[in-house]
Design a protein around this ligand. Structure first.
Ligand SMILES: [Zn+2]
Length: 462
């Protein structure tokens, strides 16, 4: 234990605060005291007098402080294949892009990860995740490159080590050259967990086991992947119930719908979270609620690929843990999570008499505490409470875009994307006045353009 004299405190005052705790406690004008990597205290009015070792005191007038945003579904590598197949549904989009994706290498993945992370971190994401499932033979240490990029950015990170072993010759969607073998995928996933997963409180890097989807993964890989994750004590992630075509695929190949298929392979449980879950009937939602299986809701991606609208209000009412996801930026070119707060709210209201389907506070909860829940980290992050990690964001709400909206949470969710004055991850600044502190944004932009062009060239020659 450090002696108290060594504690470093940051004091944030004169701001609105949305804690997103169990009671949705808010303060119109309050303070947050950060001690080292944790929140020490918070409340109404100014910070207590006489605090020692205050290394920084911030007058946050005009700001709202919230927990840092938590992204629960992404594919970083897609940063260098944005803006392609722009008018396709999921299966046609995948078939159009697989041949290009199968040519990625470590340098491309590294640049793409930096681009994806930079865009999210700049918009208030303090915990990121990457579901990476394309591992071409001889492409280098892709997992290592992704994890290094997250460490450099300074954000908390979960790598969902993906895999595909059901190619066209086995009735799957990816081409034969884009997949791994069952044994190879399992061994590489286990090695990634052993090398990189940190189970401790405040971990900066965790690993999940994440076969890609029912239509690109064998039943055996689903089963053995679940066994591997439980043996190692790590979480499980995959895509589920994204489109009507996927439902048909499952019915034809397995004789059951996606949720029954997941249940039959050990893929429902409180250690599982699944992206999309658009096509869920009442009994599917009840099964998720009963087993506490989590959902990564990706409203913009679902709209981009015309997948449909996930039944988020029904899931929340049933007690399903739900977080938000950007999804890969080949199906959500913006790559921002703070705009997904607004999109989640708006998309879930589409339809007659749905004006109260989701409110601003629920949308903020999806993007913070809900995300922490589905990543299995709700005891550490996702709400502002004494003892939790100091992952938080100061949103600037006193300029043209928001100043005339009285309620700060309404301004943040209904209004334009708010600028980030400061974000902290474990008490360490990652963004200051809208700029990333640990990386050069312009250099990342140049590198991502070069790598996108290099990939396009290689794919065209193949
Ligand atoms: Zn996805």
């Amino acid at each position: 234990m450090a002696a108290s004299a060594e504690v470093r405190r940051i004091v944030i005052e004169n701001c609105a605060i949305a804690t997103v705790d169990a009671g949705d406690t808010e303060y119109a004008s309050g303070h947050v005291v950060v001690a080292d990597n944790r929140i020490e205290s918070l409340g109404a009015g100014r910070a207590p007098e006489g605090l020692e070792n205050v290394v920084r005191r911030i007058d946050a007038t005009g700001h709202l402080v919230t927990p840092g945003l938590v992204n629960t579904h992404h594919h970083f590598y897609q940063w260098i294949t944005r803006g392609l197949a722009t008018d396709h549904n999921l299966f046609n989009w995948l078939v159009a892009l697989y041949p290009t994706w199968a040519r990625i290498d470590e340098r491309m993945v590294s640049a793409a990860a930096q681009g994806s992370l930079a865009m999210m971190a700049r918009g208030g994401v303090t915990t990121a995740m990457d579901h990476h499932y394309v591992f071409p033979r001889g492409s280098g240490d892709l997992s290592g490159a992704i994890i290094r990029a997250a460490r450099q950015m300074g954000v908390r990170f979960t790598l969902a080590r993906g895999s595909m072993d059901r190619s066209e010759k086995d009735g799957g969607l990816p081409p034969d050259f884009a997949v791994e073998t069952l044994e190879g995928a399992l061994a590489a996933t286990e090695a990634t967990v052993d090398e990189h997963h940190d189970p401790s409180f405040g971990a900066m890097t965790q690993v999940a086991v994440a076969p890609c989807s029912p239509f690109s993964v064998s039943t055996e890989l689903m089963r053995q992947g679940a066994e591997l994750a439980r043996r190692k004590g790590v979480r499980l992630h995959t895509h589920g119930s994204e489109t009507v075509e996927e439902e048909q695929f499952c019915k034809e190949l397995f004789g059951m719908g996606p949720t029954e298929y997941f249940e039959s392979t050990g893929w429902l449980g409180e250690d599982v979270w699944m992206a999309h879950c658009v096509h869920m009937n009442d009994s599917d939602i009840a099964a998720f609620a009963r087993t506490k299986t989590g959902v990564a809701h990706c409203p913009s991606s679902n709209a981009r690929l015309a997948a449909g609208i996930a039944r988020v209000p029904d899931m929340l009412a049933a007690g399903v843990p739900v977080g938000l996801g950007v999804d890969g930026t080949a199906s959500n070119e913006s790559g921002e999570l703070h705009t997904e707060l607004r999109n989640a709210l708006l998309i879930n209201r589409l339809g007659a008499h749905r004006e109260a389907a989701l409110n601003a506070r629920q949308a903020l909860r999806l993007g913070t505490y809900g995300g922490a829940q589905v990543l299995g980290r709700a005891a550490e992050i996702g709400s502002l409470e004494p003892g939790k990690l100091a992952d938080l964001v100061l949103w600037k709400l006193d300029t043209l875009a928001h100043a005339s909206i009285a309620d700060p949470v309404t301004a943040l969710v209904f209004g334009a994307a708010a600028p980030v004055t400061l974000s902290l991850v474990g008490g360490e600044p990652v963004v200051e006045n809208g700029r990333l502190l640990h990386v050069d944004e312009d250099a990342i932009a140049r590198a991502t353009r070069e790598e996108a062009q290099r990939l396009a060239r290689i794919a065209a020659e193949a």
